[in-house]
Write a protein that binds this ligand. Sequence first.
Ligand code: SF4
Length: 399
Amino acid sequence: MIFAPLPRHAPMGIYIHIPFCSHICPYCDFTTYAGKESLIPRYVDGLARDLARQAQSVQDREIVSVFIGGGTPSLLDGDQMRAVLDACRDNFTLAPGCEISVETNPNSLTQPLLTAYRDAGINRLSIGAQTMDRRGLRRLGRHHESDDVLVALENAHAAGFERVSVDAIFGWPGQSLDIWKQDLETLLGTPHPPNHLSLYSLIVEPGTPFADAQARGILHMPDDDATADMYELAIDTLRDAGWTHYEIANWSWHPGDYSRHNALYWQHGDYLGAGAGAHGHLDGVRTMSHLLPERWCEAVENDGDTVSNRESIDVRNGLTETFLMGLRLLQDGISADAFERRHGVTIEELSGPNIDAMVATGLVERTDSGIRLAQRGAMLANDVIARITEFDMAAARSP
Ligand code: SF4
């Protein structure tokens, strides 16, 4: 099973964070800063140094995915992107066919830049379209136009990218079901459409300008029913068009063409985090690096600790996370054998009665290999996962 939870010393990934944006969107709570782009050359040097240092602790591990996220990684030029990837190639063992992805903003994706990225080794693009509706782009505070997305898709094709994902958001203020339908139809109807879609419902995160505006009563979000209708529309539209809904928020055109990097998260697998604000997860310890890029650069340059927070994952949290992440996988779900190998306890011993209750309501299915969410369960995933992870730790034994 592709998505079985990983054993220790299994192949792993590298997450590289680029914490720079040309402006900050009002709904965004990622670690990113506007107006600090002049730091980029110093930051790229720091990444090369940090990657070389971190590689020493995982020399026995094969890297199956490198993900460059942000922020806006497409603020890096081709030479800077190559320098980051050379540091990966020089210091780690990259598996044949290693997925190397970069998150991008549509308005910077010229063909020369994409060709340079392709030559540098990037083999998967993720384009942050968010919506194809002009009014929606302004509501979301985006600085690109929907035409930029279409041009970016053309340029990606011309540059030779075979794996292209588009991110879109539904449930933004003022969005109707018709506008969302139009978004999906526009994306699917382009001459060179993406072959992967990540569709997220907009969550108003605390501390963002959206949260502030909502608290002052000047931002009106669609209600839960309207958002659920949009999700259901996406499920139906993409199913009818032949797409595979393989994870709660992710669809692939070719079955099995999932995001291998995200699969590491969903498998509760290991990945190093490099860069300011980057998260890592290695051998049962979660790490987070210094948030401020200047602070992170100083730590790297002085051979100091780039990590500001380390958290050991205890047995309960480890079990909960395997359920939480594995149940997001709508096709594969959780492998009972792999779960037991990893945790030393079976799914049934741990949460059998909860699973029975969810199966009885039609929200969870038992499969030949384990359990997974049923289609209806995907709509109520948080509730289902909360119920299944209400288990008694007395059932857990040491692996
Ligand atoms: S471009 Fe992306 S990372 Fe940057 S502020 Fe907007 S949503 Fe956040």
